[in-house]
Design a protein around this ligand. Structure first.
Ligand code: FES
Length: 135
């Protein structure tokens, strides 16, 4: 959706809502065209990979950089990039959530490093039949 001139990508993953600015901080690709995937975690031995389908990573459609859907944190080995993310919840009524969220460290046990960039994120909620994005 476009809200006050800003493109916001809203994702509904198994009933949980996420909102990210629809612009990759690398070169501006529309993240709404990205692919949702899981992520790898540390493996017991070199050359082996363990796939964690519970991680919510969004892969940019242009160059494949991956961002945590909830925090916007990028996870690119040896590079540092972050997309800004927004805390999202479904609330009955107009309760809004605090946009100041802590960076989730999903790198524990991983060789991936967090990046310095963060895409703009927005509070989002559901009010009756409407999805409400607070810009
Ligand atoms: S534009 Fe997203 S990774 Fe390059």
């Amino acid at each position: 959706v476009t809200l006050r001139g800003r493109s916001v990508a809203i994702f509904n993953v198994d009933g949980k809502l996420y909102a990210l600015r629809d612009s990759c901080p690398h070169r501006g690709a529309p993240l709404s065209c990205g692919v949702l995937t899981g992520g790898s975690v540390s493996a017991p031995t070199p050359g082996h990979y363990v796939y964690d389908s519970t991680r919510r990573l969004l892969r940019c459609p242009w160059h494949g950089w991956e961002f945590d859907l909830e925090t916007g944190q990028s996870w690119i080995e040896a590079q540092r990039l972050r997309v800004r993310s927004y805390e999202v919840a479904v609330e009955a009524g107009e309760a809004l959530l605090d946009a100041n969220i802590e960076l989730a460290d999903i790198s524990e046990g991983s060789s991936m490093v967090p990046g310095p960039y963060r895409a703009e994120t927005f509070d989002i909620s559901v009010d009756g039949a409407y999805v409400v994005v607070d810009i």
